[in-house]
Design a protein around this ligand. Structure first.
Ligand SMILES: Cc1ncc(COP(=O)(O)O)c(C=O)c1O
Length: 376
């Protein structure tokens, strides 16, 4: 298999554990083991204490799949395949796509959502948003990209990196477009439940369309990415079966301790997620003030969901050079848009972490010293 390096992940590999202040992480503040164990009910605690560290079931622990299925209207445990989130993208693309297939993917985005299809030999067209309309993805644009034989549409809402979330009507039209073409729909819902306004939460695509595959997991909205637990939910059993067969060549099954910890996280999802939402909203208020104070440095679209946003730089420096100097001089890590293959003009800011107010203070100090010194 020939595939391009995953630019964002390579950049994180270089900086994530050496930069002093991360300002671009897409996950929410991680829970500690003790915090998670404290949420466990007696039944799950018994599973934890009596756990034998053997191999586990390929589709996932039955109790985990039950707990996941509860999130979705009309789905059962049999409609769930437990995967590492990134693995789910890999498995789905390889299960559904053949060389020459036509794919349309939301872009900019998480690289594997289009790169894996390209590596298989598919023709990938991109569906791009309009920054001047609040990073709006226009459904008419998507329709124009579709062909009668389009095999797969790939979307990701709330969107990484812009934080865009479509209106219900637009989202319904996307599903209808997939249905009318008989195309598969892959809906990456990793940032679900992190909508700024809860009322904007979309239905999961797998609830609305039989050929949709929804990816979700515990990395972002639950703040436990180290468990490496996610899942693909779909009523297309044939597709899930094909993914399971491929999983024999990737991980075979999930980590036994992670599965039990994942059950705990899912059972306590209301309190865990509401804690993260509260922090996100507080941090968003910090960003509101920050961007209001630095209109000469940034143009900002306030995100509607997720834990990241994608401001445009207005200073006289490319995003990559800006980020390189920033991390070198201050230890603050930001991600430039070049890593998304989306020009050299934007940076991604993550606001799910506890220390965001402190890091933003340091960042403001750097901007003052570098771009405003000498100005009154
Ligand atoms: C949109 C999106 N999909 C999938 C993933 C993969 O999740 P994980 O890193 O937990 O495998 C990420 C991670 O950043 C993401 O942003």
């Amino acid at each position: 298999m020939k595939i391009q390096p995953f630019a964002l992940e390579r950049y994180f590999a270089r900086h994530e554990f050496s930069a002093r202040h991360l300002l671009s992480s897409s996950d929410c503040e991680s829970l500690t083991m003790a915090q998670l164990l404290r949420t466990a009910d007696p039944e799950t605690m018994a599973l934890w204490e009596n756990l034998k560290l053997g191999y586990t079931e390929t589709p996932g622990h039955p109790a985990l799949r039950e707990a996941v299925a509860e999130i979705y209207d009309g789905l059962t445990a049999d409609d769930i395949l437990v995967v590492v989130p990134e693995e789910g993208i890999f498995l789905l693309m390889n299960a559904l796509l053949r060389p020459g297939d036509h794919v349309v993917c939301a872009f900019p985005g998480y690289q594997s959502l289009y790169e894996i299809a390209r590596s298989i030999g598919c023709t990938v067209d991109t569906w791009q948003p309009d920054e001047d309309r609040g990073w709006h993805f226009d459904v008419g644009d998507l329709e124009r990209k579709l062909r009668p034989d389009t095999r797969l549409i790939v979307v990701n809402f709330p969107h990484n990196p812009t934080g865009f979330l479509p209106a219900f009507g637009d989202y319904a039209e996307v599903i209808e477009l997939a249905r009318s073409r008989g195309a598969y729909l892959f809906s990456d819902e990793m940032y679900r439940y992190l909508e700024v306004d809860k009322a904007d939460t979309l239905h999961s695509a797998c609830e609305l369309y039989g050929r949709a595959f929804s990816l979700f997991g515990l990395s972002k909205s639950f703040g436990v990415p180290g468990l490496r637990v996610g899942w693909v939910a779909s009523r297309d059993r044939d597709g899930l079966d094909r993914m399971s067969m491929l999983k024999d060549y990737t991980t075979i099954c999930a980590s036994a301790p992670s599965e039990i910890l994942a059950i705990m996280a899912l059972k306590s999802r209301k309190s865990i997620i509401s804690g993260h939402r509260e922090r996100l909203l507080n941090n968003l208020a910090v960003l509101d003030r920050f961007f209001a104070e630095y209109p000469d440095c940034f143009q900002w679209v306030r995100p509607k969901g997720g834990s990241i946003c994608f401001p445009r730089l207005k200073i006289d420096q490319g995003a990559e050079a800006f980020c390189d100097t920033l991390v070198e001089k201050t230890g603050i890590m930001l991600v430039p848009s070049t890593l998304f293959g989306y020009g050299d003009t934007h940076v991604r800011i993550g606001f799910g972490r506890e220390n965001l107010p402190d890091v933003i203070d340091r960042f403001a100090g750097y901007l003052d010293a570098t771009f405003r010194s000498g100005k009154s």
